[in-house]
Design a protein around this ligand. Sequence first.
Ligand SMILES: [Ca+2]
Ligand SMILES: [Ca+2]
Length: 589
Amino acid sequence: MKNPELQILVYGIDIANYQIELSDKIQIKEVIKTENPNYVFININTDDVKNSTFKINFKSGKRTIESYTYELKNRKRGSAERNSFSSKDVMYLAMPDRFANGDISNDSQPNLTEKGNRSLPSGRHGGDLRGIINNLDYLQNLGVTALWLTPANQDNEKKTSYHGYAQTDLYKIDGRYGTNEEYLELSRDLQQRGMMLIQDYVTNHWGISHWMIQDLPTKDWIHQFKDGEGKYGFKRSNYRTTSQFDTNVSEIDKKEALNGWFDTTMPDLNQSNPLVLKYLTQNAIWWIEYAELGGLRVDTYPYNDKMAMAKWAKAITAEYPNFNIVGEAWMYNPAHISYWQKDSKIAAIDNYNSNLPSVMDFTLFTDLPNALKEEESWDKGMIKIYNSFGNDFLYPDINNVLVFFENHDTERFNEIFKGDVRYYKMAMTLIATVRGIPQIYYGSEIGMKGDKNKGGDADIRRDFPGGWETDKQNAFNPKSQTLEQKEFHDFTQKLLNWRKGKDVIHTGKTKHYMPKEKVYVYFRYNDKEKVMVIINNNEKEQTFELSRFAESLEATTKGKVIISGKEIPVSAQNKMTISGKSSLILELK
Ligand SMILES: [Ca+2]
Ligand SMILES: [Ca+2]
């Protein structure tokens, strides 16, 4: 690696009471001991290591009590330049437990507490990596190119562990999903298809059953509150992460936001402890290298120590200069979100640079369904979408922003609009043609619903139909999709596959025109191509003069309709008609 320093954590009863020696005359730079004698941290310089393995010997006087063989693998060829996700890609978010069960023999594991039980909405349903590998044709044909899985590492909490965000072993895939080798197999299968795997990384917290939480290396490994509850001083976060940059903030609010726990089973990690930060950094790099990852998605980004996270992102991107990392900064103001993107001028006011390449457009996510369902007025309805893009100047790299209308934590879009495919098509058209990286959520492409308000998180994370052998219907196979599923699916498939080759969408500029009569029009353009997008949220068919768009249309005479392929006359001298509640994408000629 570019950074030759390595910290090896050794765990064992009273291990700190022994002398430590390395074989092959490898020099130890430093041995760090903590108040817990069961841990030692050994710093070495890997440039000093000539062989692929060496021994760590633990001695008492002249006697060797214990010896461990450590393997140092070579870096994989080309790993520094591996392709990472960008605006060329479409990201598909799936939950491994809920997508497909490809191996019923791993549903329950003797060493893992929660057993497979599909009848429990928040239980383990048995989905796994094999199920995903078996359905890669489906994803590839759909037109997605990047697969974001919610955490697949071991989460051995007693219940509701299926979401994976309370990890108990950061170096091991959960046995109910498969093995580390299968995770690598999935990544390689994806790469062979020109696709990539994105890991969901959690720096803010681990599961309370994590072996290191059960025997803390240092008391300050996690945040504990003197007036908190239980053995570990639990206090819930107030979730007010604007405290990260609020110049008027009170210390108590800031402390409770950043150091409070995300949930009772998720002890809040102290990234300002250099040992914690080193562990998180080395672990992330290990996964990128081992599993040949195409990117990271970082959970609960603004809940972390921001100075430590800037170092974390810098250490990773120093090893992998093309590597993309998107942080979940779930905030409601574009200035607040843009603060977290690398080289943000907003953050520079605060003398801060996150080094984080990508963020998520949570304001568009919030505005989009409202815009489509509200009565129009001065500040309501389609104008919300127009106003949302008016904030693009705040982002240092607007093409590296995730655009989405739902994820695993939000109400399902098709639930909000009662399964009305017209709304889905308008929203999909928008996220597939505006700047940024479209991110879609499993099942919506076949019209899946789920009500978070009534059924909680489990209801927006239902099983994909056809992923289980006993399922009555299989939506993975287009031939056995219902007519309704087919309408969602075919539209998505055509749109995403069209988008694949379109530089003008990936990196082109945008020019948009304020909505009139609930019709929103924008153009994506570069030196070679021009695409016109029209979204009509009016129930009625709309006919309008194109002269208002003359500065974009220029000498255009016709346009090819995506998805039908039909050519129609389009010019600034003519009118255009678009049917109610629909969208139109035109490649202009
Ligand atoms: Ca299984
Ligand atoms: Ca925190």
